[in-house]
Design a protein. Structure first.
Length: 228
């Protein structure tokens, strides 16, 4: 069962490096660059562990952690920060962080610490991580998908992340720009055409008629909307 890691880091190059290495370990990894987006992503569920920087634009890492715990969110959190003072470590523990690693860090140590956190926390039942719409079924944890025709289809990790993002905000128009930044980071060379092609692949898999889609709608000059 694939485990999902949220990396909250405003240094894009560092965040992408961490995500790439987590993926090489067999995890799914998503990168967000500020505290507000981190809390929004966590609210949608499906995250098994968080790698959290402290110094973030807007809501800082401690604010993210405090809000999580007040919500009752017990997702394991590893703080990854350049702030190495005892007062910062103590503050993290007071807010119920599960681990604290300072920058600069050894990449292998980070991966080992993430693995330890995940072993302490067994995977949650699929539940809300199963999306059903129009006779289609997608399990985001097992990456298993079945179409309305009863046919099993294999989706790429990026296609799964896009579908999950759209489905988490049903009826809402999400811009191409937001999708690109969420899936690939703000400094990505990926273009809006990349997103169009991903949506087209999802339509081919799940829509009964790709010319008149019932679930994955294009909003001209803006982005996309998902209708369950």
């Amino acid at each position: 069962m694939t485990r999902w890691i949220l990396v909250v880091e405003d240094e894009t190059v560092l965040g992408e490096m961490v995500c790439d290495n987590l993926r090489q370990e067999g995890y799914e990894a998503e990168l967000v660059g500020d505290g507000k987006r981190a809390l929004e992503r966590l609210a949608r569920g499906g995250i098994d562990a968080v790698v959290l920087d402290i110094m973030l634009p807007g809501i800082g890492g401690f604010g993210v952690l405090e809000t999580m715990r007040k919500r009752g969110d017990r997702t394991p959190v590893l703080i990854l920060s350049a702030r190495a003072a005892d007062t910062d470590r103590i503050r993290g523990l007071e807010l119920e962080a599960d681990d604290y690693l300072t920058k600069p860090f050894h990449l292998r140590e980070l991966l080992l610490r993430v693995g330890i956190l995940l072993r302490r926390t067994p995977p949650q039942p699929a539940g809300s991580d199963v999306l059903e719409f129009g006779g289609n079924s997608v399990d985001f944890r097992t990456m298993a998908a079945r179409t309305w025709q009863g046919r099993e289809v294999e989706l790429s990790p990026t296609e799964l992340r896009l579908l999950r993002m759209l489905a988490a905000r049903p009826g809402e128009v999400i811009s191409r720009r937001e999708i690109v930044e969420t899936l690939f980071g703000p400094a990505t060379p990926s273009t809006h055409r990349t997103i169009d092609n991903l949506v087209l692949a999802l339509r081919k898999a799940f829509e009964r008629d790709t010319k008149t889609p019932q679930h994955l709608h294009t909003v001209r000059a803006v982005g996309f909307r998902f209708t369950p």
